[in-house]
Design a protein. Structure first.
Length: 251
């Protein structure tokens, strides 16, 4: 079943865009036809970790205003199954939600996965994106402020009555959890009240890959496996957590 998946977060800076890019890379590497849509209007960034900066003169608003999608959709040079729609750099108002929903439905008919990188927060445009999705991935980091904001987004999704949602906790340090400086994984899940999709460890090399537009999946980064596992779970596969995340008291 083809899916529209919204990548959302309550707080900025938690790695939402990096996750969206690497989920797209991982799904394409797994043979899926994927389109990544930058929904963060006026603050577009998804093109950078995808390595697709300045590949097209057209963007999301051009499509919604009647531009032929084939002219605006960009195809990745190294991963032909990975396509991309850029966000506008500037816009006076949020896109028309009816036109956006229609576009999402058309994309879902043509792609295995439509990944939408939403803005952080709980604004009206975020709500419009959520309403178009079959599933949402809520991204947070282990700090309490990010987890609290993630819980607010999770509640927003629940109140919408539409998509299911799962949690990705990013930039996690196993050693800090072990030393008691961070909540354990079970407590993080409980605080957001969402099932877990994946855990991504902290790794300074992520910045290098993102800035160069290269996929973390398939690299030597410790995050390569976690990103690929998240993609596999999005495909419906049962993939256990790595051993160092497991607790004696499993849920």
């Amino acid at each position: 079943m083809n899916k529209i998946i919204g990548i959302v977060s309550g707080k900025g800076g938690v790695g939402k865009t990096t996750l969206c890019a690497n989920a797209a890379f991982s799904l394409a590497r797994a043979g899926k036809k994927v389109i990544a849509v930058d929904g963060d209007i006026s603050l577009k960034n998804l093109d950078i970790p995808l390595g697709m900066t300045d590949k097209s003169a057209y963007d999301l608003t051009d499509i919604l205003n009647g531009c032929d999608p084939e002219r605006a959709v960009q195809v990745h040079d190294d991963y032909p199954a990975l396509h991309f729609i850029s966000a506008p750099q500037e816009i006076e108002s949020a896109p028309d939600p009816v036109k956006f929903r229609d576009l999402c439905m058309r994309l879902r008919a043509s792609y295995d996965f439509v990944l939408i990188d939403a803005p952080a927060g709980v604004g009206g445009w975020v709500r419009d994106i959520i309403s178009c999705c079959d599933e949402c991935v809520v991204v947070a980091t282990p700090d309490l402020t990010a987890l609290r904001d993630a819980q607010r987004v999770a509640q927003l999704i629940a109140d919408s009555g539409n998509p299911s949602a799962r949690l990705v906790i990013n930039k996690v340090s196993p050693s800090m959890i072990k030393r008691g400086y961070l909540q354990n994984v079970d407590d993080m899940m409980d605080s957001v009240a969402l099932p877990l999709l994946g855990l991504v460890p902290t790794d300074d090399s992520i910045l290098i890959y993102s800035n160069s537009g290269k996929p973390v999946a398939g690299s030597k980064s410790v995050c390569s496996g976690p990103f690929e596992n998240i993609a596999a779970r999005l495909c419906g596969k049962s993939v256990p957590l790595d051993k160092y995340w497991r607790k004696k008291k499993n849920r």
